[in-house]
Design a protein around this ligand. Structure first.
Ligand code: FAD
Length: 540
C-alpha cells in the first residue's frame, strides 16, 4: 500500500526575491519597467530602485529563544525582512518605499510536530505572537504582524517540513507535510504516476499548508479545483494539543473537524500534515479559444457551459481589456479559453461540443476546436498559449509596474449568476472613476472569470492605474474600499480564494453571520487561549 517516496526537490542556486514575486533573475529589468510604465499615463519617468535589506532600519530582536530551540531559529536580517509581509501589491510597494510591515524578531523553521509544539509552548509563555508562514505568497496581509500587543513576533516557517511521507497507491492518497512547495510536491508524486492536480497561479512559491489554511483555488475552472475537495484528513498542532482527524472517504459524523481548520489562516493552529486525495495524471488534453464580440453573450455562453455536463478543466472568460493585455485578442473581442483533460478518455468530442455551445451564444471560434492536445487551429492555439504565458509572467510584470509608481493589483469575488453582470459593470465603473479621481489619470479595470459554477461565477479584476507618488498604498486601499462596497451591495463574497487575512477583515466581518462569529471566537479561545496565533486574522 504505502510506497516509498523520492526526496524533495534539491535546493536551487536561484535566489528568491525578499520583496517581490518569485526569482530575482526573472524580474523585469529597468528598461522593461520603463517600457511598461510608458504605456500608463501618469507613472514615473524611471523605475524606483530595487530595495535592499541593508537600507531598512531593522531593530535587534525583541526576544531570544532558549538554547534548546535555538537551532530552529534565525535572526538574520534578510531572513526576517523576507518574512515581514506577503506578496500583494501593497506589500511590494511598502518594500519599494522602504516601509515594510513590522519585521518579525525571529524566524523559526521546525522540522517536526514536536518542534512546532515546543515553539508554541515557548511563545505562549512569553506572549510572543506566532505567524505561520508557508510560501509567504499571501495577498491579503495574512503573514504580517500588525499592532504592538505582543512582546515579540515569531514567523513560523514550515518549509523545512517538505516531504511526501506516504503514498497509498491503491486508495490514491498521500500523507504530505504542510511545508511542501507545489513543484516539490508534484515531483515527489510523479514517480507514482499520481498528481494532486492543484495548481494555483502561485503554485511555484506556495505550500500545501498555505493552500489548506487559505482554502486555495487551483486554476481549473470547474469540478475539483479547491484544495478543500482533496482533503482526506488533517493534522494540526494547536497550543491546546494536536488534532488529528481520521482518513475517511466521507463522514456524516457531525460538523467536520477538517472544515474547522480549512481556511483557519493560522489563527487556530499550525497545520503540519494532511492526507490528500490524488488523481492519475491526465493523458488527453485539448484546448481552444472562442472570441465574443459581445461580453454579455460570452457570460451567457459560460453559464450554459457551467450548467452543462461537459465540465471543462479550463473555462476562463477574458473581457476585451484582459484579452488585449494577455495578447489573446486585439480586436476588442472577449475571449473564452476552453480546456479539457482526462486520464482515461479522449476529450476532443467534449471540446467540440463546448465550442458548438459557445458558438450558439454568439461565439466566433474561427475553427479553433480540436482535440488530442495539439490539433487546435493556429489562431486558437496562439490565443491559448498567449494567455498561458501571460498568466505566469503577470506577477513579475506587476512588480515592474509597481517600480514605475503604478497601481497594478487584482482582487476576486464570487456571486450568483443573477448578480454577476451588474456586479462586473459596477466594479469597473466605480473603481475606474475612483482611480481617475484619486490620481487625475484614466485607469483600466479589466475582468476575467476564473472559476464558473452552475449557480454563479468568480469574477477576477485587474486594476492598472497611475499611483500618487509615495502614496500608492493609500490610493490602493481607497480603491479596494470602493470595490468592497460594490461587492457588499451585491452580496458577493469578499474573497473567492485570496483568503481573509488582515486586509479583508472588515468585509469578512460584515459577511459572516453573528452567531458564527461567536462560535469562531469560542474556538479561538479554546485552541489558542493566550491569543498568540496570527493575531488579527479572522477573529479577535
Ligand atoms: C502572484 C500570486 C498568485 C496567486 N494565485 C493564487 C491562486 O491561483 N489561487 C489561490 O487560491 N491563491 C492564490 N494566491 C494567493 C496565495 O498564493 C494563496 O493564499 C496560497 O494558498 C498561500 O500559500 P502559502 O504557502 O504561500 O501561504 P502563506 O502566504 O505563507 O500563508 C497564508 C496564510 O496561511 C497561514 N498558513 C500558512 N501555512 C500554514 C500552516 N501550515 N498552518 C496554518 N496556517 C498556515 C498563514 O499564517 C497565512 O495566514 C496568489 C498569490 C500571488 C502573489
Amino acid at each position: 500500500m504505502a510506497g516509498t517516496t523520492p526526496q524533495p526537490t534539491p535546493p536551487t542556486s536561484r535566489t528568491r526575491s525578499w520583496w517581490g514575486w518569485g526569482w530575482t533573475d526573472a524580474h523585469p529589468d529597468d528598461a522593461e519597467c520603463a517600457a511598461m510604465g510608458a504605456l500608463l499615463p501618469g507613472t514615473l519617468d524611471r523605475p524606483l530602485p530595487v530595495p535592499r535589506v541593508r537600507d531598512l532600519a531593522i531593530a535587534a530582536p525583541a526576544a531570544e529563544p532558549p538554547g534548546s530551540l535555538a537551532h530552529l531559529v534565525s535572526t538574520d536580517p534578510g531572513d526576517r525582512a523576507a518574512h515581514a509581509m506577503g506578496k500583494a501589491y501593497r506589500d511590494v510597494v511598502r518594500a519599494l518605499r522602504g516601509r515594510p510591515g513590522r519585521v518579525p524578531d525571529l524566524v523559526a523553521r521546525p522540522t517536526d510536530d514536536r518542534g512546532v509544539a515546543d515553539l508554541l509552548d515557548w511563545a505562549g509563555e512569553r506572549q510572543v505572537a506566532v505567524v505561520p508562514f508557508g510560501g509567504g505568497s499571501s495577498v491579503s496581509g495574512g503573514v504580517e504582524y500588525r499592532g504592538d500587543a505582543h512582546r515579540a513576533v515569531m514567523s513560523l516557517d514550515l518549509t523545512a517540513m517538505d516531504r511526501v511521507l506516504e503514498v497509498d497507491t491503491e486508495g490514491r492518497a498521500a500523507r504530505i507535510q504542510a511545508g511542501t512547495l507545489g513543484p516539490s510536491l508534484e515531483d515527489q508524486l510523479r514517480p507514482h504516476g499520481l498528481t494532486l492536480r492543484h495548481f494555483p497561479q502561485s503554485f511555484e512559491f506556495s505550500t500545501l499548508g498555505g493552500w489548506l489554511a487559505t482554502r486555495a483555488g487551483g486554476h481549473y475552472a470547474t469540478g475539483r479545483t479547491h484544495i478543500d475537495d482533496f482533503v482526506q484528513s488533517l493534522r494540526v498542532v494547536t497550543p491546546a494539543g494536536t488534532s488529528s482527524s481520521w482518513r475517511l472517504p466521507a463522514s456524516g459524523a457531525g460538523p467536520s473537524p477538517d472544515r474547522l481548520f480549512l481556511g483557519s489562516e493560522g489563527a487556530l493552529g499550525v497545520i503540519t500534515e494532511a492526507w490528500v486525495r490524488l488523481q492519475e495524471r491526465p493523458r488527453h488534453k485539448a484546448s481552444a479559444a472562442v472570441a465574443f464580440p459581445d461580453f454579455q453573450d460570452a457570460l451567457r455562453a459560460v453559464r450554459a457551459l457551467a450548467q452543462s455536463d461537459l465540465s471543462p478543466a479550463n473555462c476562463r472568460l477574458l473581457d476585451s481589456g484582459e484579452a488585449a493585455l494577455s495578447g489573446a485578442a486585439h480586436d476588442g473581442a472577449s475571449v473564452l479559453v476552453l480546456g479539457f483533460e482526462s486520464a482515461d478518455e479522449p476529450v476532443a468530442g467534449r471540446l467540440e461540443r463546448a465550442v458548438a455551445l459557445a458558438r450558439s451564444h454568439g461565439g466566433r471560434d474561427d475553427g479553433t476546436a480540436g482535440g488530442g492536445g495539439a490539433q487546435e487551429s493556429p489562431h486558437g492555439d496562439a490565443a491559448v498559449s498567449a494567455w498561458r504565458s501571460a498568466f505566469l509572467r503577470m506577477p513579475y510584470l506587476r512588480d515592474g509596474l509597481a517600480r514605475m509608481g503604478a497601481i497594478a493589483e487584482t482582487f476576486e469575488t464570487a456571486a450568483t449568476w443573477d448578480r454577476v453582470p451588474g456586479l462586473i459593470e459596477e466594479v469597473r465603473r466605480e473603481v475606474g472613476e475612483a482611480a481617475a479621481k484619486a490620481t487625475g489619470f484614466p485607469a483600466t479595470v479589466n475582468c476575467r472569470l476564473t472559476h464558473v459554477y452552475p449557480d454563479g461565477a468568480a469574477p477576477y479584476f485587474t486594476v492598472l492605474a497611475a499611483g500618487r507618488p509615495g502614496d500608492e498604498v493609500a490610493v490602493w486601499d481607497d480603491l479596494k474600499a470602493v470595490a468592497s462596497e460594490v461587492l457588499h451591495r451585491h452580496r458577493a463574497t469578499i474573497t473567492h480564494h485570496h483568503a481573509v487575512g488582515r486586509d479583508h477583515r472588515p468585509g469578512y466581518d460584515r459577511q459572516r453571520p453573528d452567531p458564527f462569529a461567536l462560535a469562531l471566537r469560542a474556538a479561538k479561545g479554546a485552541l489558542d487561549p493566550r491569543g498568540i496565533l496570527n493575531p488579527g486574522v479572522l477573529v479577535d
